[in-house]
Design a protein around this ligand. Structure first.
Ligand SMILES: Nc1ncnc2c1ncn2[C@@H]1O[C@H](COP(=O)(O)OP(=O)(O)O)[C@@H](O)[C@H]1O
Ligand SMILES: [Mg+2]
Length: 254
């Protein structure tokens, strides 16, 4: 079983000619097959955690370690992270002009599997995955994220997740901007992947509503750059009723 181990992670960004520490010692272990939710107020550093794990150049790791199966993730290039089995869906995914969804998926699958998927089975695989997500087949010919609506971006993420079958998937605000139907379809996709037992999922969210569809094994409250409380699914219910106020008093959240 693969394990992602984040230990005492400290991260800074440069903003307004000053160095600002955003992550202040994050500790988290996600095992293949487990679903973790990270919940916290806006500005607490949740996306910074996702970007740091993705290797985004704006974020400087100033302390701590991240290991996947004992391998140092922080030493890996972005491509190596994907090949090692990390999947990162960003809150604001980038456009890739000139690259169709279909080509993008096949290139990614080739990189991750170490060989190009057989064309016949691959076409079928993609078609079936798109049908499960209620996506029109013409979507495959569009350029990645170009002019995608919020819902299309999120479906595209889940399509990648289903086809690429990573060891650990980090989904940042997958629920934001979705109407109820899209939220249900996206959640069902996450649940299908989860049921394989082969993917560890880190679901980062501000709102509790996605947790009505995806029942996490663990819930972590994130505040001012670190995890301040961990529990089971019942912790999400508490947050739904009480909000984050108890965790942000005297803290630095927006
Ligand atoms: N690239 C960046 N440049 C400057 N400040 C940033 C950058 N990324 C994040 N921050 C700051 O770090 C803090 C945490 O942001 P973020 O990680 O997006 O929080 P969350 O996802 O929990 O809402 C905020 O104060 C934000 O302004
Ligand atoms: Mg965020």
């Amino acid at each position: 079983m693969a394990t992602l181990e984040i230990r005492d992670l400290h991260v800074t960004v440069e903003a307004d000619n000053a160095t600002k520490e955003i992550l202040k010692g994050v500790d988290l272990t996600v095992k293949q097959g487990e679903t973790h939710a990270i919940m916290g107020p806006n500005g607490s550093g949740k996306s910074t955690l996702a970007y740091s794990l993705a290797g985004h150049p704006k974020y400087t790791i100033t302390g701590g370690t991240v290991l996947l199966d004992g391998e140092d993730v922080l030493e890996m290039s972005v491509d190596e992270r994907a090949r090692a089995g990390l999947f990162l869906a960003m809150q604001y995914p980038v456009e890739v002009p000139g690259v169709s969804v279909s080509n993008f998926l096949r290139t990614s699958a080739t990189a991750i599997r170490g060989e190009a998927p057989k064309l016949r089975t691959w076409v079928k695989e993609v078609k079936e995955a798109m049908e499960r997500l209620n996506m029109d087949t013409s979507f495959a010919e569009r350029n990645v994220n170009e002019g995608f609506s919020g819902g299309e971006k999120k479906r595209h993420e889940i399509l990648q997740l289903e086809l690429l079958r990573p060891k650990v998937a980090i989904l940042d605000e997958t629920d934001s901007g979705l109407d109820v139907d899209a939220l249900r379809i996206v959640s069902e996709g996450v649940n299908r992947v989860r049921e394989t037992g082969e993917v560890g999922t880190l679901l980062i969210t501000h709102y509790t509503r996605i947790l009505r569809y995806i029942k996490p094994d663990f819930v972590h409250v994130f505040s001012a750059g670190r995890i301040v409380e961990s529990g089971g699914a019942e912790l999400a219910d508490k947050l739904e009723n009480e909000g984050y106020e108890a965790y942000t008093k005297g803290g630095v959240s927006a």
